[in-house]
Unconditional design. Structure first.
Length: 149
């Protein structure tokens, strides 16, 4: 009887041990899925954080470019205003007169340097033709009448 109990007991122990191993294997499989899940969550959070950070980096870069362009715009407007002021100074008749006297050595003419030319207005051939033709006379009459209104 002792032999039977001895032989029976190890079989029972073997079955119990095998069941316990299956439970451990199941727990390990469950633990591995849980560990994998717990490891993927930080990677997902990390990747989302990196995407958000890259978005903020792009926004910052665009803001810096915008600030630089605005600074250039202000400088160009100052240059434009300076050029307009210089142009007004150059266009003024006083400046032209001063430059003519100092740089070119020009001076106002004397009385003996002035030459007068007389122009006879009545001898203009175009006006004489208009006076002689009927169309020219009618044109003058219509011009006078239209100026009245």
């Amino acid at each position: 009887m002792l032999a039977r109990e001895f032989s029976y007991y190890p079989e029972e122990t073997f079955e119990v041990q095998e069941k316990q191993r299956k439970k451990v294997v199941r727990k390990k499989k469950n633990n591995s899925v849980l560990k994998l899940f717990l490891l993927t969550i930080p990677f997902i959070i990390l990747s989302i954080s990196l995407l958000i950070l890259s978005g903020y980096a792009k926004i910052t870069t665009i803001r810096q470019e915008l600030t630089e362009l605005e600074r250039e715009k202000v400088e160009l407007e100052k240059t434009k205003m300076n050029l307009i002021a210089d142009l007004e100074g150059i266009k003024s008749s006083g400046k032209i007169e001063e430059d003519a006297i100092t740089k070119l050595g020009m001076d106002y003419p004397n009385e003996d340097q002035i030459v007068y030319i007389t122009v006879n207005v009545n001898e203009d051939p175009i006006e004489q033709e208009e006076k002689l033709t009927l169309g020219g006379r009618l044109g003058k009459i219509l011009g006078i009448v239209s100026n009245l209104f």
